[in-house]
Every structure is written in C-alpha cells, then in structure tokens.
Design a protein around this ligand. Structure first.
Ligand code: 13P
Length: 257
C-alpha cells in the first residue's frame, strides 16, 4: 500500500452468492462492527438483483456498491444484459470487468474488456479490471508478457484522466477459489509490473495514482502480508467476503495505522 499517493480499496466479489434476505442479513451484521475504516474504501460487488437493496442498506455508511459485470452497449436488443447507465442510476460506483470466470465461461475477451471499460467510464463508473495468468502460463515464464498484453488491451484508447479512474485487480487464475495464495513477493512483483506498464502508457503521475489490487484466496490470515507490498493497494476478495468476520479482518488489516 502507499496511502500517500492512492486509495487502498478492499472489495468483495460475491459472485453468484447470496439472496436478497442473505444480503440484508450480511448488512445488518456488518454495519454495527464496521468502524470508520478511514484508510481504505470498502466496496461490495453483488449480484445485479441485489444492487438496489445493497445501495439502500449501506446508504448511511461509507461502503460503496459495485456490480460484477456490464454490457458495453447503452441499450438495445441484448436479452439478459445490463448497461452502464442502468447501473449508474441505481447507485453503483464500481464495476468488475473481465473477471477470469467471465473470460473462461462467457467468452469475455481483451477486446470486450476494453469496450466495457470505455462504457463504464462514459457512465461515470469506476472499472475494476481483472487480469491474471494461468498456472501453465506462469510455468512457461510468460506471466509478465501476458499481463502486459491484458493491461494494454484493457486501457487502449483511454486518456490519462480516464486511466486514473481505473482499478486493476491482479488475480492469478491458479489462486482463485483454490486456497492457494500467491506469495506476497509474487503478488508484489506482478503489481509492480502493472504499475510500470501504466507509467509507460500514461506517465508517472497516473501510475502513482492508480489502485492495484491483489485477488485470489486473500483471507484474514494473509491479507496484512500481501498489503504490506508497496504496489498492492487492496484486495478483490471472493470467498472471504461472504462472511462478516473474515471480511472485517481484511478491512482491519488495511486500516492498520
Ligand atoms: P477467492 O477469494 O474466493 O479466491 O476469489 C477471488 C476472486 O475471484 C475475486 O474476484
């Protein structure tokens, strides 16, 4: 973390978990114990149907609500899809784009990621762009090349003012939902690579200001060590964001004085 230059963001990605009543129960459990979390922004990315309720439930707090996906078109004949404007109007602040599960199961590509990033920015949302390598790619020694390609594609065509608004989440595929976390050094190294790509593309000021998260089996036990890396500015958390005590411990790790 480097709190002087950029925001630390602890974001939960609920994926396809929690009904409306479970969302309410989570909010009721979290709110009284949350505290001020003055050093980090807390975000909950929830299933589309739970967004309006989540916005209402957290409206008297500093917890921001995010979506887990969006369509890049404004409106039209795209059955089952949701646009950036729709999300903005119901109070969404962040939107996850290009999560590896979407890339793997729903044909998300680096090109659709770029279109979605532009659509989100246009509507005034902050994209959380996910990048990450598979185990095979890491073993082949192409992690850095792959991450460079993914980041450059995602941010292609943006100006510096737009690039500043992006959050990048480094999520190695082999660490997602596996209980196998990247070491703090591995996470720190790739996050540093991401910052240097942004520096080359948009300059030092933008690179210094962009929040880069780590995601992949981040939990109450390993969060502090990961967040101690200078280029790891927060976490995108799956499983551990479904339980209040676990999520709270990660938030607290980001708030250590
Ligand atoms: P887990 O924390 O469950 O490994 O999930 C990480 C993730 O995919 C967050 O987007």
């Amino acid at each position: 973390m480097n709190r002087k230059y950029r925001k630390t963001i602890i974001a939960g990605n609920w994926k396809m978990n929690k009904t409306l009543s479970e969302t309410k129960a989570f909010a009721e459990e979290l709110k009284p114990v949350l505290g001020k979390h003055k050093w980090c922004e807390v975000v909950l990315c929830v299933p589309f149907v739970n967004i309006p309720a989540a916005v209402r439930l957290f409206k008297d707090t500093r917890v921001a609500i995010g979506a887990e996906n969006l369509h890049f078109e404004d409106h039209g004949a795209f059955t089952g899809e949701v646009s950036a404007n729709m999300l903005k109007e119901v109070g969404v602040k962040y939107v996850i784009i290009g999560h590896s599960e979407r890339r793997e199961y729903y044909n998300e590509t680096d090109f659709t990621v770029n279109k979605k990033v532009k659509a989100a920015l246009e509507a005034g949302l902050h994209p959380i762009v996910c990048v990450g390598e598979s185990l095979e790619q890491r073993e082949l020694g192409v992690t850095s090349e792959l991450i460079t390609y993914q980041v450059k594609c995602a941010l292609a065509g943006l100006d510096a003012a737009q690039a500043r608004k992006i959050v990048i989440a480094y999520e190695p595929l082999w660490a997602i939902g596996t209980g196998k976390t990247a070491t703090a050094e591995q996470a720190g190294e790739v996050c540093q690579t991401i910052r240097s790509i942004i520096r080359k593309e948009f300059g030092a000021r933008v690179a210094r200001a962009v929040t880069i998260q780590y995601g992949g089996s981040m939990n109450a036990k390993n969060a502090a060590e990961l967040l101690a890396q200078p280029d790891v500015d927060g976490g995108l958390i799956g499983g551990a964001a479904l339980k209040v005590p676990d999520f709270l411990q990660i938030i607290n790790a980001a708030n250590q004085e």
